[in-house]
Design a protein around this ligand. Structure first.
Ligand code: NDP
Length: 321
């Protein structure tokens, strides 16, 4: 089994690399040498380019593909460039899936996201609700392109019997995240802001909003273990949500406080309640995952957050910012 991992240099791809290189067993390792995991970044192949992607497949000859590569961005970039987000992701996904088909790949596991679900929808989100209404206006270009992966998977399966499927993570965090203050997700942004406040004379750490909204986070290394499992064992064209339970949501205040404690700030935090909170919660059900893999143990959130915060602090001077 040779697994081509696209997006191998990203947050999730680097976690999959870590798990396949540092762990063993059902959710990690290389199946005692029976598997080869090949990680590629955009520097090695621009997947928007069909011919370049064809050359990559001809070189690697994968039996399986874990397709993580995507043009992802923050709220501002998505609102400014919906056409670019849509076009790049449609092109990447078309190149990868058609080449996987042409080269006889046995299984492709692609990656959707809970942020592509309908804006107006009954919660909790489930795998059956991906297409039940328009996505939020702020990321519709990205969201529709991602939704098309599920449509493509079904089309390839219906026409050719291909086993192309997808997984749906909730909010991912972990070592090697994007810490850029203009485009980072909430956890890496809080880490960066908190860290900057530690410098002598710097303004204090202030959390935007009330801190009350709840979010469902998945640790990148747990997600990587689940993706290894999906590549090896998940056989269903329908997508599967990969996340801890909807009952394990955490508030932004809890996250911010835990980050601050890990960085040595023990005083109560300040919340800028004039800033908007965003949606209060957007829970996603992991019932399908639990039914298929009841024995999987997620890393406790506090532990995962502490590991990730320590990683950020240790790597700040090495460019994690
Ligand atoms: P990152 O932004 O960290 O990584 C994106 C990866 O895609 C990088 O390896 C990048 O390569 C690669 N890439 C981008 N454009 C191209 C291209 N044109 N050709 C080849 N490779 C390209 O993303 P994440 O690791 O966070 O996300 C991985 C997947 O998980 C994505 O599909 C995303 O939609 C999904 N997801 C992520 C969530 C999150 O919270 N992070 C939540 C839910 C889903 P390089 O760095 O070399 O440019």
């Amino acid at each position: 089994m040779r697994v081509l991992v696209t997006g191998g240099s990203g947050l999730v791809g680097s976690a999959v690399r870590y798990i396949t290189e540092h762990e063993t067993g059902r959710f990690g390792g290389n199946n005692q040498g029976a598997e080869e995991w090949v990680f590629v970044s955009s520097a090695e192949c621009d997947l928007r380019d069909f011919e370049a992607t064809k050359s990559l497949f001809a070189r690697v000859r994968p039996t399986h593909v874990l397709h993580l590569a995507a043009r992802v961005g923050g709220l501002f970039a998505n609102m400014q460039q919906p056409a670019d987000f849509m076009r790049d992701n449609l092109a990447i996904n078309d190149s990868v899936l058609q080449n996987a088909h042409d080269f006889g790949v046995e299984k492709v596991v692609s990656c959707l996201s809970t942020c592509i679900f309908p804006d107006a929808v009954d919660y909790p989100l489930t795998e059956a609700k991906v297409h039940l209404g328009p996505p939020h206006a702020s990321n519709f270009g990205y969201a529709y392109a991602k939704r098309m992966v599920d449509v493509q998977n079904k089309a390839y399966h219906q026409q050719y019997g291909d086993m192309f499927t997808s997984v749906i993570p909730t909010n991912v965090f972990g070592p090697g995240d994007n810490y850029n203050l203009t485009s980072a997700h909430v956890i890496p942004a809080l880490m960066h802001k908190c860290y900057l406040s530690l410098s002598p004379g710097a303004p204090p750490f202030v959390v935007a909003g009330t801190g009350r909204p709840l979010r469902q986070f998945v640790y990148s290394r747990d997600l990587a273990r689940l993706m290894v499992w999906a590549v090896r064992e998940y056989v269903d064209v329908e997508p599967i949500i990969l996340s801890p339970s909807e009952h394990d949501e955490v508030s932004i205040a809890t996250v911010a406080t835990a980050i601050a404690r890990t960085m040595g700030i023990n005083a109560p935090l300040t919340f800028d309640t004039a800033k908007p909170d965003g949606q209060f919660r957007k829970p996603a059900s992991n019932a399908k995952l639990v039914s298929l893999l009841p024995e999987f143990k997620f890393t406790p959130f506090d532990e995962a957050l502490k590991e990730s915060t320590e990683w950020f602090v240790q790597h700040y001077d090495k460019g994690a910012r």
